[in-house]
Ligand binder design. Structure first.
Ligand SMILES: [Zn+2]
Ligand SMILES: [Zn+2]
Length: 140
């Protein structure tokens, strides 16, 4: 028996596969992909931007970005396929964030880790003081 799960897109219940969307939505996505691909295959559309593709094919931008991220639409073939960084909106061609934002987030993450480590040390110290204090009390 397959495990049941909810489709991320339409919320329908379906037997879990390698996809996180139901077969219906997979079919719809496939159709959308073919549409986008056909559009881009025309010589005059090869350098189309995402906005132009959305306009021409009526496929959602989100889906087109997914095709690029999953490498179904290859950047090497379609040079203008870029999408906005999730943080600052600058054009990027891979991942979710531009280089600058991912560096920034990494730095923030490292700083947060350092702070957490410091707090841990601090708590340890306080605990030690507490222990000493209670021992002292006992000895009195
Ligand atoms: Zn679905
Ligand atoms: Zn960015």
């Amino acid at each position: 028996m397959g495990e049941l799960t909810n489709c991320l897109k339409c919320n329908a219940v379906f037997v879990k596969t390698t996809q996180d969307i139901c077969p219906d939505c997979v079919r719809k996505e496939e159709k959308a992909f073919q549409k986008v691909y056909r559009f881009l295959s025309k010589r005059e559309n090869r350098e189309a931007t995402i906005a132009e593709i959305v306009k021409a094919t009526e496929v959602e931008e989100e889906l087109i970005i997914k095709f690029i991220r999953t490498n179904r639409l290859q950047r090497s073939r379609f040079p203008k396929l870029a999408y906005p960084c999730e943080n600052c909106g600058v054009d990027i061609v891979s991942g979710k964030l531009c280089e600058e934002c991912s560096n920034e987030i990494l730095t923030k993450f490292e700083q947060a880790e350092k702070i957490a480590e410091k707090e841990k040390q601090q708590r340890k110290k306080e605990k030690k003081i507490d222990t000493y204090y209670s021992i002292d009390k006992k000895n009195l």
